[in-house]
Write a protein that binds this ligand. Structure first.
Ligand SMILES: Nc1ncnc2c1ncn2[C@@H]1O[C@H](COP(=O)(O)OP(=O)(O)OP(=O)(O)O)[C@@H](O)[C@H]1O
Ligand SMILES: [Mg+2]
Length: 347
């Protein structure tokens, strides 16, 4: 049984201009001790799917799911008290902006203590010992001094370490890290990732790492979900995703990696942005930015083929060994007419 088992998750927001579907039909399975990465550009619904899982979205959000279970417990059926015991305890989350997640008015020690008090309890002295131990575990030098510091006295990297200490204070079985390094500079980013992976391994906890950086995915994940405009467009094990991306969006994200763009004077980026509430196209949501898009892509929403383990949300998944990814379909020839019986095959 998977530790986290989510099927058919959708999130709609009630906005002034109507309902907006931010996440649609998302499936997430994470086993005990696994590392999963969710990757996609800004606005692809990564945070919203995780916040929905944690039950942390505002009341304007309508969350629905066929299945939403943590360790066999149906999260949708839990009362708020039971849910609070799981969220922040057995399943815990760290966010992109460490500075704004810490309360500026209280010392590091007080904030860690509050977490331990809520979920684990113990005497004041035991909690103090535990807090010192946690600070040491996340690599904070001189914990006895730092425990008395206020958030503004810490660097960005140190604050993120404190957030991690708080997140692991209750020995979670699942840690969700939502772009934990985005706000930090590059050398610190690497250290924080290393720390997260070290803790993940030592504690045998599962880790969901949310990122927009394929470089981070390459170094950390085993399983990867690629998300675009609220939909999962493909999922694969990391090595095969890098070797054989199935969705044109994944291919585009990969070709924007510095090492893949070697020799080019400018780093390629994907032209355009993820469509928001008011500019969602018909057909495939990626079609306006897709180099392979055809008439069919502009008109018909793709569904994943039932026999495709990567569940690629594309009319023409990449990856046929003899496919020629750099040439799109010839103009005027609709893929249906060129290969009616093999919808998987690129024209
Ligand atoms: N409370 C809300 N009300 C209305 N729309 C929202 C709300 N929260 C998020 N959205 C919208 O949902 C979509 C997905 O947002 P989300 O924050 O999950 O993206 P993301 O993939 O985490 O992006 P980023 O990389 O920037 O963090 C966006 O279009 C966003 O504007
Ligand atoms: Mg986000």
């Amino acid at each position: 049984m998977a530790l986290l088992d989510i099927a058919g998750l959708s999130v709609r927001f009630q906005t002034n201009s109507g309902l907006f579907t931010a996440v649609e039909n998302v499936d997430i399975q994470v086993d005990h001790g696994d590392v999963l990465s969710i990757v996609g550009e800004s606005g692809s619904g990564k945070s919203v799917s995780m916040l929905a899982t944690m039950g942390l979205l505002p009341w304007t959000a309508q969350v629905s799911a066929e299945r939403m279970a943590f360790d066999g417990q149906d999260l949708q059926q839990l009362g708020s008290r039971q849910r609070r015991r799981i969220v922040g305890g057995e399943m815990s989350m760290i966010f992109q902006e460490p500075m704004s997640s810490l309360n500026p008015c209280f010392t590091v020690g007080t904030q860690i203590d509050e977490m331990i008090k809520q979920h684990k309890g113990g005497s004041r002295r035991e909690r103090h010992e535990r807090a010192l131990e946690l600070l040491a575990q996340v690599g904070i030098p001189d914990p006895a001094r730092r425990i008395k510091a206020y958030p503004h006295q810490l660097s960005g990297g140190m604050s993120q370490r404190v957030m991690i200490a708080m997140a692991i204070s209750c020995d979670p079985r699942l840690l969700i890290a939502d772009e934990p390094t985005t706000a930090l500079d590059v050398t610190i980013q690497a250290q924080i990732l290393e720390l997260l992976l070290k803790l993940q391994e030592e504690k045998g906890m599962a880790l969901i790492l949310i990122t927009h950086d394929m470089g981070v995915v390459a170094e950390t994940a085993k399983q990867v979900i690629v998300q675009y405009a609220g939909r999962q467009v493909e999922q694969q094990e990391v090595r095969s995703l890098f070797a054989h991306p199935r969705h044109p969006y994944t291919e585009a994200l990969l070709s924007a990696l510095p090492e893949r763009a070697a020799g080019q004077t400018r780093l390629p980026t994907i032209p355009g942005v993820v469509p928001g509430q008011h500019d969602r196209p018909t057909g495939c949501l990626f079609n306006p930015r897709c180099r392979y898009a055809t008439e069919r892509c502009r008109e018909v929403e793709p569904v994943a083929a039932p026999d495709d383990p990567a569940r690629t949300l594309c009319h023409y998944p990449l990856g046929r060994p003899d496919a020629e990814p750099s040439s799109g379909p010839s103009p005027g020839v609709s893929p249906e007419t060129s290969s009616p019986s093999r919808p998987e095959v690129r024209p």
